[in-house]
Design a binder for this molecule. Structure first.
Ligand SMILES: O=P(O)(O)OP(=O)(O)OP(=O)(O)OC[C@H]1O[C@@H](n2cnc3c(O)ncnc32)[C@H](O)[C@@H]1O
Ligand SMILES: [Mg+2]
Length: 214
């Protein structure tokens, strides 16, 4: 296990929602973080079949391009009634033919797939958000951190906060969706807290405990 020995890291992502969330999580820790999007790094092809593989591809590409430790996030929505779909293909389900993304369309696709399987009752619509963070160094060393949060796919979508599939994800134990939560509420974590809520904040907490704390 390797500790992080710089105060500058690259956030190896091109997703504005994720970059904002990671900046919010990392901010209080005194890091300066630049994103791969800001630095205009080319987006590597995500050819892996697991979150871990794709996270490593993105973090290593950015670490090599920048010469700095880079933190990527590969994430997705895993729905039990759909045998784990969309899973690592969560972003692909939102893709239009011209390459742009449409999450209203993606959420409708999810709803149609669930309806086609007759999954109507909340207990038939269990799912989890998964986030795998990969910290990679320019020499090729990597550390991985996984976070998951259980929930239910709701319909219709609710809330305008967050990004992506947040309006249809209701975490277990809550009666509001991630789309109805403030960013702080969705993270459910600040440095020092014992618990976190979102998949990303849970993975981030592990990253902090492993690579930052003595
Ligand atoms: O690969 P990068 O550049 O980081 O950005 P991306 O958007 O392509 O990210 P992924 O390949 O990891 O795909 C993740 C998908 O899952 C969705 N997703 C991940 N975390 C989410 C969250 O916290 N809330 C809502 N949707 C989320 C997100 O919108 C993407 O469609
Ligand atoms: Mg991606």
């Amino acid at each position: 296990m390797r500790k992080l020995d710089t105060k500058t890291i690259i956030v190896a992502s091109h997703n504005a929602g994720k970059i904002r969330e990671i900046a919010e999580l990392i901010g209080p820790l005194g890091f300066s973080a630049k994103s791969a999007a800001e630095l205009k790094f080319e987006e590597p092809e995500e050819t892996g079949t697991t979150f871990e593989e794709n996270a490593a591809i993105k973090a290593l590409a950015s670490a090599r391009a920048s010469g700095l430790p880079s933190l990527s996030d590969d994430s997705g929505l895993v729905i039990d009634a759909l045998d784990g779909a969309p899973g690592v293909y969560t972003a692909n389900w939102a893709e239009r033919e011209d390459g742009s993304r449409d999450f209203q369309m993606a959420m409708e696709k999810v709803e149609k797939a669930l309806a086609d399987r007759g999954a109507i009752k909340p207990e038939e619509r269990s799912c989890r958000f998964v986030s795998v963070l990969c910290l990679a160094w320019p020499d090729g060393h990597t550390e991985m951190f996984r976070g998951e949060v259980e929930g239910t796919v709701v319909w219709p979508p609710r809330g305008t906060q967050g990004f992506g599939y947040d309006p249809v994800f209701q975490p277990q134990g809550y009666d509001i969706t991630f789309g109805e939560m403030s960013s702080d509420q969705k993270h459910g974590w600040r440095p020092g807290d014992a618990e976190a809520l979102s998949h990303r904040a849970r993975a981030f907490k592990r990253f902090v405990e492993t690579c930052l704390e003595a």
